[in-house]
Design a binder for this molecule. Structure first.
Ligand code: HEC
Length: 185
């Protein structure tokens, strides 16, 4: 376009104010029409056809994340858990787990090393009840070096090892660690 055409004065006269007829640049008009086309497609796509948008993909991502988290393991508690302490098979299985996975910190007989003595009546993280002991085993005390075993053991293994720990109480370990925590009779 030549300068002449761009600068063409229009006939209008608004109280002495005149205006030039300057057409909008092509790229500007292109964006304008493109945005209209885009908005029409957008409206039909999301509001009429109801196609999934960012919120839906956020929700499906969150659902996938929730599903990938370790599930809490249902185990026996209270008297039912304590009853396992007289089931020699399960206590025996629990001892095997204890020796292979726990003894490095608690010693084979539960006397304690890095972890506290599990044979006395003093408990740091619970009241030493079946439920309390199970809770500590499941959730661990991460900041103190006690691992959370819930994601690593099956329900039966958790019950077995907890039952074994409960049988330690009142036994006399070889090198008992000094009591830690509070006394629960
Ligand atoms: C890497 C070392 C380590 C391993 C392995 C470990 N523990 Fe522990 N455990 C600890 C420490 C340290 C504590 C004390 C946490 C604190 O200071 O509160 C503890 C605490 C405990 C307690 C609670 C004691 C109390 O006084 O409340 C129980 C029960 C226990 N562990 C059981 C187990 C069992 C069962 C296993 C094996 C499945 C195991 N631990 C494996 C280090 C360990």
């Amino acid at each position: 376009m030549s300068k002449e055409i761009l600068d063409q004065l229009l006939d209008h006269d608004y109280d002495g104010i005149k205006e030039y007829d300057n057409p909008l640049p092509g790229w500007w008009k292109f964006l304008w029409y493109a945005s209209m086309v885009f908005s029409a497609i957008y409206f039909v796509w999301f509001h009429i056809l109801g196609k999934p948008g960012v919120l839906d993909s956020y929700e499906s991502d969150m659902a996938a994340f929730e599903a990938s988290k370790p599930k809490s393991v249902q185990t026996l508690g209270g008297d039912a858990l304590f009853a396992l302490t007289s089931d020699s098979e399960r206590v025996g299985a629990g001892r095997e787990i204890f020796v292979s996975k726990c003894a490095a910190c608690h010693t084979n007989d539960g006397g304690g090393l890095i972890g506290p003595n599990l044979c006395d009546n003093y408990w740091k993280n619970s009241d030493g009840s079946p439920d309390g002991v199970m809770h500590t085993i499941k959730k661990g005390v991460i900041e103190k070096g006690m691992i959370a075993w819930e994601p690593l053991l099956t329900a039966e293994e958790l019950e077995n090892v907890a039952a074994f720990v409960l049988t330690l109480r009142g036994t006399t370990p070889e090198n008992p660690k000094a009591p830690e925590g509070d006394l629960y009779e």
